[in-house]
Write a protein that binds this ligand. Structure first.
Ligand code: PHE
Length: 453
C-alpha cells in the first residue's frame, strides 16, 4: 500500500487536540441541548451515552485507522482500500461541503451575540427571531465567519488547530461549569429542570429518541464526513488510536452534557416545563442563555467571553470541514491551496445565502415538509451520513476484512476493545443505520406521526 510521506501532528497530544477541536463545536453546545430538551431529557441523555461508547467509539476508531493506514484524504483512502468504494469518499466530502454553510450561518449568529454582549447589549429572548428574520445582518456575519475560516485554512491548519484547542477546551469547560452552577442555584425552579434532564423517564422513550441520538452522534463526533480519515492520515504510527478515540469521545460527550446542564434546566424553569418551549429547536440556546446572563453579576462580560469561546470552538470545527474538502481537492487535482479554497468558499456563500433566506424571507418554503434549514440538516444527517457509515461497514466487513483496520489499531499496543468493535461494525451499526434510513424515508413518504422527527 502506498504510504507516501505526509506531514504529521506533533507529539501524542497533537492528534487528540486537533481531533477534539474538530469534534467539539456548535454540535455540542448548540445542537445537543435542543435535542435533549426536545426528546425527553434524561432518556435522550442515557441513549446518547450508551450509543456514544459503542457505536460512536467504533466508527471513530475505524475512520482514524482508515486514514492512518492509507495516509490519504477520504476519496483516495476509500479507493485505495477497495476500488469500488471511492464513491463513499466522494459522498463524505460532499457532506462536509453541505454542512459547512449551515454551520457558518450559526457561527455568524455567535459572532453577533458575542459583539452584542461585549458591547453592553443583553439580547432579549425575542431578539433571536427578529434578528434571524432579517436577511442582511445574518448574511454579513456569515461572510465574516467564512472569511476567518478560509484565511486560517489558507495558512495551513494543523499547528493552528492544536494551539487554539489547547486553551479553548479548558476555558470552555471552566466557563460552562461556572454558568451551570450559577443557573442551578440562582434560577428559580431549575432543580425540577435538572431532574427532567438527568432522570430517564422511560415512558418518553421511542425509536425517535434513538434516531435523533444517532444522528447527533455523527454530527458531534465529526463522523461520516471524512474528517477523522483526514486527521488519521496525519497521525503518527506510535500514537494509540484506541486511547485517542476514548479521549476525544470523553471531551466530546462531556462538553455536550455540560452544555445540556447549562441550558435545559434553565429552559425548563423559565417555561415551567412547557413542551413547546422545550421543543424550540435551533433558537433554544440563543433564547435561554441571555436570560441567564441578564440576572448574573458581570453577566455581560461573562456572556461576551462565553460566546467568544464558543466562536473559537466553532471555528476549529468549521476549519476541519473546509480542510477536508480542500485537502481532497489538493490530493486529486494537484492545485495550489488558494485555487482549492476559493471554489469551496464560493459554494459556501451561495448555500449560506439560501439557508439565511430559509430563516427569513423563504420561511414558508418547506421541502420534505420542513423549513429549508431543517431540510439541509435532514438530508445530510439522516440520509447521507448513514449511507456513508453503512457503506463503510459493508466495505470493511465484506470486501476488505476487518483485520485490515484492527491490525492498524494494534500497531501501537493491544486493541482492548476489539470484540466490541467487531460486534458493532458487523451487527449493531448496520442495524442502527438501516433504521435511521428507513425512518428518514418513511418520514417523507408517509404522513404518520411516528416517523416525523
Ligand atoms: N463535530 C462538530 C460539532 O460538534 C461539527 C462538525 C461536523 C465538524 C462535521 C466537522 C465535521 O460542532
Amino acid at each position: 500500500m502506498d504510504t507516501t510521506k505526509r506531514s504529521t501532528f506533533t507529539g501524542k497530544l497533537g492528534f487528540v487536540l486537533a481531533a477534539a477541536g474538530s469534534a467539539v463545536g456548535l454540535g455540542n453546545i448548540w445542537r445537543f441541548p435542543y435535542l435533549a430538551a426536545k426528546y425527553g431529557g434524561g432518556i435522550f441523555l442515557l441513549v446518547y451515552i450508551a450509543l456514544s461508547v459503542t457505536f460512536g467509539f467504533s466508527l471513530m476508531v475505524a475512520e482514524i485507522a482508515i486514514g492512518r493506514k492509507t495516509r490519504k484524504s477520504p476519496i483516495c483512502a476509500y479507493r485505495l482500500l477497495h476500488r469500488r468504494f471511492g464513491f463513499v469518499g466522494v459522498l463524505a466530502t460532499v457532506i462536509s461541503l453541505l454542512i459547512l454553510p449551515y454551520y457558518a450561518v450559526v457561527g455568524g449568529w455567535i459572532i453577533r451575540y458575542s459583539l452584542n454582549f461585549l458591547g453592553g447589549n443583553f439580547a432579549s429572548p425575542d431578539y433571536f427571531s427578529a434578528y434571524t428574520g432579517g436577511f442582511l445582518q445574518p448574511f454579513l456575519w456569515l461572510l465574516v465567519f467564512l472569511a476567518i475560516t478560509t484565511l486560517i485554512v489558507l495558512c495551513g491548519v494543523q499547528k493552528g488547530i492544536e494551539r487554539v484547542s489547547r486553551f479553548v477546551m479548558p476555558l470552555l469547560i471552566i466557563l460552562m461549569l461556572f454558568i451551570v452552577i450559577y443557573s442551578l442555584f440562582a434560577v428559580e425552579g431549575a432543580t425540577n429542570g435538572l431532574i427532567y434532564y438527568l432522570k430517564p423517564d422511560f415512558s418518553k422513550f421511542s425509536i425517535k429518541t434513538v434516531v435523533a441520538a444517532l444522528c447527533q452522534l455523527f454530527f458531534s463526533m465529526s463522523l461520516g464526513m471524512g474528517v477523522m480519515i483526514t486527521f488519521g492520515s496525519y497521525m503518527q504510527r506510535d500514537v494509540s488510536i484506541e486511547r485517542s478515540a476514548h479521549r476525544i469521545e470523553l471531551f466530546d460527550s462531556g462538553i455536550a452534557i455540560l452544555a445540556g446542564l447549562m441550558i435545559v434546566p434553565a429552559c425548563f424553569a423559565f417555561s415551567g416545563g412547557d413542551p413547546e418551549a422545550l421543543g424550540a429547536g435551533p433558537s433554544l440556546m440563543f433564547e435561554v442563555l441571555p436570560q441567564i446572563f441578564s440576572g448574573m453579576p458581570a453577566g455581560r462580560l461573562i456572556g461576551g467571553v462565553f460566546f467568544l469561546t464558543v466562536l473559537l470552538a466553532a471555528l476549529t470545527s468549521s476549519i476541519s470541514m473546509m480542510e477536508t474538502v480542500v485537502s481532497t481537492l489538493q490530493d486529486s487535482r494537484r492545485l495550489s491551496r488558494i485555487y482549492c479554497c476559493l471554489p469551496v468558499l464560493a459554494f459556501s456563500i451561495l448555500l449560506g445565502v439560501i439557508i439565511c433566506l430559509g430563516f427569513s424571507h423563504w420561511k414558508s418554503f418547506t421541502p420534505f415538509g420542513m423549513p429549508l434549514p431543517d431540510a439541509v440538516d435532514f438530508v445530510t444527517n439522516n440520509v447521507l451520513l448513514p449511507i456513508v457509515a453503512l457503506s463503510t461497514c459493508i466495505m470493511l466487513t465484506r470486501f476488505v476484512g476487518l483485520q485490515t483496520v484492527t491490525e492498524e489499531i494494534s500497531l501501537s499496543g493491544k486493541f482492548k476493545g476489539r470484540a466490541l468493535f467487531s460486534a458493532v461494525i458487523r451487527v449493531l451499526a448496520p442495524i442502527c443505520l438501516v433504521v435511521i434510513l428507513l425512518w428518514a424515508i418513511l418520514g417523507v413518504v408517509t404522513p404518520f406521526e411516528l416517523f416525523q422527527l
